[in-house]
Write a protein that binds this ligand. Structure first.
Ligand code: SAM
Length: 256
C-alpha cells in the first residue's frame, strides 16, 4: 500500500476534458475518500500546453489515414509539468490504451503501492508513437474493446485502486473476498428477507454455523468459477479439498 505518511494517493489525469472528472468522483465511496484526504484526483487540461492560440493538440497522421492523432509536444509538456510537482522522482506515467497490458485485479493491487501517478488519456485515433516510446512508463488497457477516449478508462483505474487503499472502503474484509481478489469469482450473497416470492435463501447461510458457511461459500465460489470463468482456475490457489470438489463437479453429468 502507498505510505500513509506521504499523504493521499494522488492521481494526475492529463485530458482534454477535465470537467469529465467532476461528477464521477462527487458521489459515494470516491467522494468520501477524497474528502477524507485518502485520495486526490488532479485533472490537467492538455490544451493548456498547446503552443498556439487555438490550443491545438491534434494533427494529421504522417502517411495518411483516417482521423487525427494527439501531438507529442503538448503531452510531453503536460506530463513534465505534472511530474515536477510529484512527491517522488519515479512517479510513473501510465497511458490508458487498448494496446496496453490488461487491467486485472493483480495490476490494481500492484498500483495500490504507488503513491502518485500520472494518467494520460488519449483521444482521436490515439497518440503520436513517440509518447509511447519515450514518455510513458506503462500502458494499461481496461479491456479488448475501443473507447473514444482514455477518460473512462482512467476513472475505472482510479476507482478500482482507491477502494483497496486503507480506510477507503468501510471494512477491509469487504474487499478481501471480492471476485478476483481470491483468484475466483465471488460466492452468491443474499440479504433479508430469507424468503422472497417463495425463493428461499440456502439453509446453510441461516444456520449460524460459521465453519459450514465458509465451506459452502468456498464451494459455491469454485462452482461459479468453473461454470463461468474456468480460465481463472489455472492460476487460482487451490487446496486439496478444492481440487477434490472440482474433480467431483467435472465428473457430475448434471453440472453444466
Ligand atoms: N487507434 C487506437 C488503437 O487502435 O490503438 C485507438 C484510439 S481510441 C479511439 C482513443 C483513446 O481512447 C486511446 O488513445 C486511449 O487513450 C483510449 N482507449 C480506447 N480504448 C481503450 C481501452 N480499451 N483501454 C484504455 N484506454 C482506451
Amino acid at each position: 500500500m502507498a505510505d500513509a505518511l506521504a499523504g493521499p494517493t494522488r492521481f494526475h489525469v492529463l485530458t482534454i476534458f477535465p470537467t469529465m472528472f467532476v461528477s464521477p468522483f462527487s458521489e459515494g465511496i470516491m467522494a468520501r475518500a477524497i474528502s477524507n484526504e485518502l485520495v486526490e484526483v488532479r485533472p490537467h487540461d492538455i490544451r493548456d500546453y498547446a503552443p498556439d492560440r487555438h490550443r491545438t493538440v491534434d494533427d494529421y497522421p504522417f502517411g495518411g489515414g483516417p482521423g487525427m492523432l494527439m501531438k507529442a509536444a503538448p503531452l510531453f509538456d503536460a506530463v513534465e509539468a505534472a511530474r515536477s510537482t510529484a512527491r517522488s522522482a519515479d512517479c510513473p506515467v501510465i497511458l490508458l490504451s487498448p494496446q496496453g497490458r490488461p487491467l486485472t485485479q493483480a495490476v490494481v493491487e500492484e498500483l495500490t503501492r504507488v503513491p502518485e501517478m500520472v494518467l494520460v488519456c488519449g483521444r482521436y485515433e490515439g497518440v503520436d508513437e513517440r509518447v509511447r516510446d519515450y514518455l510513458v512508463t506503462d500502458e494499461i488497457s481496461i479491456g479488448d474493446y475501443v473507447l473514444s477516449g482514455g477518460e473512462l478508462a482512467a476513472m475505472v483505474l482510479i476507482d478500482a485502486v482507491s477502494r483497496l487503499l486503507p480506510g477507503v472502503v468501510g471494512s477491509i474484509e469487504s474487499t478481501e473476498d471480492d471476485s478476483f481478489t481470491t483468484g475466483l469469482i465471488q460466492h452468491p450473497q443474499y440479504t433479508r428477507p430469507a424468503e422472497y416470492r417463495s425463493w428461499r435463501v440456502p439453509d446453510t447461510l441461516l444456520s449460524g454455523n460459521h465453519a459450514e458457511i465458509a465451506r459452502w461459500r468456498r464451494r459455491e465460489s469454485l462452482r461459479k468459477t468453473l461454470r463461468r470463468r474456468p480460465d481463472l482456475l489455472e492460476t487460482a490457489e487451490l487446496t486439496d479439498d478444492d481440487e477434490k470438489y472440482l474433480h467431483q463437479l467435472r465428473q457430475d453429468q448434471t453440472f453444466h
